[in-house]
Design a protein around this ligand. Sequence first.
Ligand SMILES: [Zn+2]
Length: 731
Amino acid sequence: MVSLNRRVFIATSAASLAATSIGRLPAQVSGASRPWYDAMRRCGHLNFNEQDPLTMNVEAWTDYFVGLKVDTLMPNGGGIMAFYPTAIPFHHRSQFLGTRDLFGETVTAARKHNIRIVARMDCNYAYEDAFQAHPEWFEFNKDGSPRRHSECPWLYKTCLFSNYFTEQMTAIYRELSDRFAPDAFYTNGWPGTDAPGVCYCQNCQKIYGEQTGGEPPQWPDTRSDIYRKYYEVYMNRVTRVWALWQSTSMEKTSNSVYAGNLSGIRTVKNVNRMGKDAAWFYADNQGRSGDTSIWMCAQEGRLARAVAGKRPVTNSVGSYASGTPGWRHTSKTKEETTLWLAQAVASGMVPSYHWLGSSPLDTRWKETGRAFYSWLAQNENHFRNGNTIANIAVLYPQATISFYAANGARERKLNGQAIDTTDYLEGLYAALVEGRFLFDFVHQENLNPDVLKKYRVLLIPNAAYLGDHECEAIRAYVASGGSVLATFETSRYNEWGEQRADFALKDIFGVSTAGALIGPFGNSYMHKDKAHPVLDGYDGTEILPGPEFRVPVTRIGSEENYLSVIPNYPSFPPEMVYPQVRKTDEPAAMFRQLGSARIAYFPGDIDRTFLRSGHPDFSKLLINSIHWLMNGAEAPAQIAGDGLVELFAWETEPGFALHLLNYTNPGLTHPFVSKFYPTGPHRVTFRVPDGRRIGSVMALREGYKLEFKQAGAEVTFEIPRVVDYEVVALT
Ligand SMILES: [Zn+2]
């Protein structure tokens, strides 16, 4: 173990940082005038590599991005590697830099075209010479060895709690500001959304001793007081460093801004804490792999909007082939990239088109970006959004996604079965897309009357971990007439996973818990006991497939069952495949009327079971429930037709925009989309505010006007076909 001197300990103590939250923003964010980055629409991002100074033709690359009509360009500044002749000790210059100043050349060339510059930084690793001189900057393993990069072991992992973050990185920002006055700084991979790691450097050990009460578990374990304290200490450190870098970026240039890197609905770090005050939310959702559904980028936009409000949100769109295995120097298909770009803009994000290295041997991606960005530029004002047009809210269950079923292990398990804590949200999401609903995400920490008043219905995909005040907000929402769907263990635990004696929302659900979780089981069923609108469309069957897990419940009142549990029975051998219990009194669903509010509660994990099984009886149950909960309330837009399309609708500067993303594709759940299967016609009824007259309805992607009729607030028209994506502008 390398020793640290005392000065380092003092300098890196949490109290040495003046800023306490991200809340110190550029004046424009809170003032009447909007900051420059609020107006950006198209970003470009070429990642330099160490060899690029040997060959990079800055003018040619600038021409490419000018052709894309980008307003912002992100060249590498430094951090791991400087691409300009830095004077900062241990700020490693590219070994091929020679007499070049690649960053400066790019800045100069871009500014001739009025393109803003974001200095792309990396604070996560540094070289051997830095490690030898400043071991206190780096993370260590328990055995005293430094942590190195898995593929590039000559790089050493820096420690968030060290003054590499508070002194070295700020020195680099200041040097770049002095020489180039970049319009913004962005850090690759930081703070990210992964679980906070545990470090064995002397400084971290001291922090654990003084602030958390001991060494935290490696993986989330909210049963541990130490883990809870560590999570808070870690999140506080993140927001303090973020605030420090924001203020550092503004020292020289008052309208400069710092953007951290946040990505994905599968986050352990609290994305609301990081994103809600961030001047600029930079999502890094570059592509998908494995069995990831195509809508992953659109989900990112929904989550970003839920925590960033109307602040600018960008998404890094990788033009290279992400996947497993991945290839960073070959292109994604044109179709996959286009649909990713389309999701970014449909969900209200600004795309940042991204390639690695200035000497590509595969240039197929170039035209894909040019074609999409040119179309985007032609229609730019239709992507300047106000509010979404949606009256359905989906609760984003942060605490459940972060901590549920973790117990200190990397793999989350319920009764021994590995689960993914985002599966509940993903299953509901799949049903919402299938049902063609317009909806927004609402982060659990933002549940309040002001946010919820816009929504007729709140959908809660297994928010097992909910705080008391969050449950109160849901209760108040129901009392005010808002309808709720909830599944499985929602409200059974507080936000740290402490089990309550019963559901906090038992009065809303109308049931009490009656024992430990049951499952995982296949071959269980739900019996239709009594007709109900939610159960319409299941002609020809008395039973529906049952969820894989359920909370056993008992009714509090005397309401009748509509759906009851048939417990699982053997699936094999066939001689044994018969129900040992044909009928129970245990509710598999509660459909309730509370004043003017309607409640649909499912004690089983029907959302997750739908995602895992794909059985359409579950999506029908979810879709029927949502229609019933709406109780005749009109959807802001109804789009009828065949095909799987995800919808967004926005108020825009010129009027309204309805976005349709065509996911009807064999590449839906596995990359790559390589051919489009056009859908249409889609018959649309779009409701505009009373008194608003629509003069034109234009399909921007196909590029023609649509015939329409307006009767009062209802505008009706037909979209003949959607190939990849369509945006219908109503002005
Ligand atoms: Zn450390």
